[in-house]
Design a protein around this ligand. Structure first.
Ligand code: SF4
Length: 327
């Protein structure tokens, strides 16, 4: 076979943190079939390719966020029709968690539209985390920036995962968010890691970034001191009113490439097919699974944007001979 030989020694599934940007760029540049073949081979070295981890995401505090993330309908800076709501009641959140468990989810993720949590809100979130753990599920929260003591407090409540995405490349970040810096993100990730909480960290494809920005985003993720245990790769959901809603629709094959390079460079991480599945064909999702995605969100909504319904997801997994992963 005349497969491109470039960097073949780096694709054996070994976990590395010293990827160069050029190596990541070379992976993105591989012929499509070669790339997904290599990614699938690495995937099989670490995971059963039939298994998919299923998480449910609930917005526990919606809208009115002071940050200006250009893709986000929850930012108070954009008129998107999303109303600002208060933090949900702990019992209501736990009732949703129980329903998610009964529907087959093994991880319950809770998202709050904050720049960073206030202490009294953090107390309530800790009670939610304790309740989710008592149901026998893994817990994950995304609350914005955290200090080291806040991360320690969440760990004390039993938190398993903290989501905090890098979103895009360091170079493109300032085009997407002006209210915080890339370094702010890295600092929170370091506090979370330092507290002993697993990290969920990924990014978004389709925000008008250049191919080099997708290279930069994956490079930033795979050179973190420890790879995120979960790497959500999102396809932009274009929401009217947000600054990035008018660009060209994201390209599905480029999205699959990004999944494949994430799998090759972070071989033991769960690569999550996240936002944007509603607009993706079943065939594109199947390619993502082949390329190394092994985690999805399910439930009718992802925070405020639509998601495929659970019946469709179960039917798709059945058609593909895949099955939910046990905790
Ligand atoms: S992505 Fe998060 S931090 Fe950014 S505006 Fe939306 S809710 Fe706020």
């Amino acid at each position: 076979m005349n497969a491109p030989a470039a960097d073949a020694r780096f694709h054996d599934g070994t976990v590395r943190h010293d990827w160069t940007r050029e190596e990541v760029r070379n992976l993105f540049a591989l012929p499509f079939a070669e790339l997904i073949y290599r990614a699938h081979s690495v995937h099989r070295a670490h995971f059963n390719p039939r298994d998919v981890q299923i998480s449910t995401l609930l917005s526990i505090k919606t809208g009115g966020c002071p940050e200006d993330c250009a893709y986000c309908p929850q930012s108070a800076a954009y008129d998107t029709g999303v109303k600002a709501e208060k933090l949900m009641d702990v019992d209501a959140v736990l009732a949703d968690a129980k329903a998610a468990k009964e529907a087959g989810a093994t991880r319950f993720c809770m998202g709050a539209a904050w720049r960073s949590p206030k202490d009294k809100d953090l107390d309530a979130v800790c009670r939610m985390v304790e309740g989710v753990k008592a149901l026998g599920m893994e817990s994950c929260v995304t609350l914005g920036m955290l200090t080291a003591p806040q991360a320690a407090k969440l760990k004390g409540a039993g938190l398993d995962y903290y989501n905090h995405n890098l979103d895009t490349s360091p170079e493109y970040y300032g085009e997407i968010i002006t209210t915080r810096t890339y370094q702010d993100r890295l600092d929170t990730l370091s506090h979370v890691r330092g507290a002993g909480i697993h990290v969920c960290c990924g990014g978004i494809v389709g925000m008008g970034e250049r191919a080099e920005d997708r290279v930069g985003m994956i490079h930033a993720l795979c050179t973190l001191p420890a790879h995120p245990e979960s790497v959500p790769i999102n396809m932009l959901v274009q929401v009217v009113g947000t600054p990035v809603s008018k660009g060209q629709a994201p390209d599905a094959l480029e999205f699959v490439r990004t999944i494949a390079v994430a799998r090759l460079t972070m071989p033991k991480s769960m690569v999550r097919l996240s936002a944007g599945r509603e607009d993706m064909s079943d065939e594109a999702q199947a390619l993502c699974f082949f390329a190394g995605a092994n985690s999805i969100f399910y439930g009718p909504k992802l925070l405020t944007t639509p998601n495929p319904n659970e019946h469709h997801d179960h039917a798709l997994l059945d058609r593909l001979g895949m099955r939910p992963m046990a905790v």
